[in-house]
Write a protein that binds this ligand. Sequence first.
Ligand code: MLT
Length: 258
Amino acid sequence: MNLHHVEAGTGQPLVLIHGFPLDHTLWLPQLEGLADIARVIVPDLRGFGKSPGPDGPVTMEHHARDVKDLLDHLGIERALIGGLSMGGYVALAFADLFPDMLEGLILCNTRSVADGDAAKRMREITALKALKGDLHEVISPMVGTLLSEKSQTKHPDLAQFVLDMMARQSPEGVAASSRGMALRPDRTPLLGQIQVPALVITGSDDTLISPNESHDMASQLPDRELVVIPGVGHLSCQEDPQGFNTAVRKFLGRLRLR
Ligand code: MLT
């Protein structure tokens, strides 16, 4: 499958994978703010944005293979792979499947563990609601949990931007990845095997995946750096683009020195 993507800049390929139920526009501040130091590539995952929809559940491995196909299509042999939340699950699946294509990892507001039983049940409820035409019921309570209170006050337009992004996703795409997330394995054992430098970014006020979880995940990566952005929630790349991009710039500088 050829994923729809947008890119900016030249040089070191940096693929940034969006979360759920979002699209490539999550990364607009990085397309603008990092194109002077990297070739920033932001795909729409299968079933999101302008990428065609799936027939059944889309696992994180399906998404990772789509990203690999995109890199092959662009003639890129190795890339820095980053992802936020579900995008991080995909980045870890990519690291598992295609370690030789990995230049470095950027794991944002994400986790390595699998869903528990309650989370799996919620995924199915989400999928059924979306397919029944109740996407709005799924997404409207989400905005308040994705953004920190501080971000909602400081950037009043951001909540609407995120709501609009979620509202334009197809019910089939949302259902397919919701079911796919429930199928993902625990990738914690992979962390210790990762041979490339990793940057873990989170927000101090992420209530969906706590900074403690990010800390635990980071501690198992052999060559890692952890950045906790103050006052920021689950969508760190949008809530504090400057803090986020500064962390990525420093990481890229460190990679160049290797
Ligand atoms: C996301 O932001 O991608 C989701 O919160 C991930 C999840 O539901 O596990």
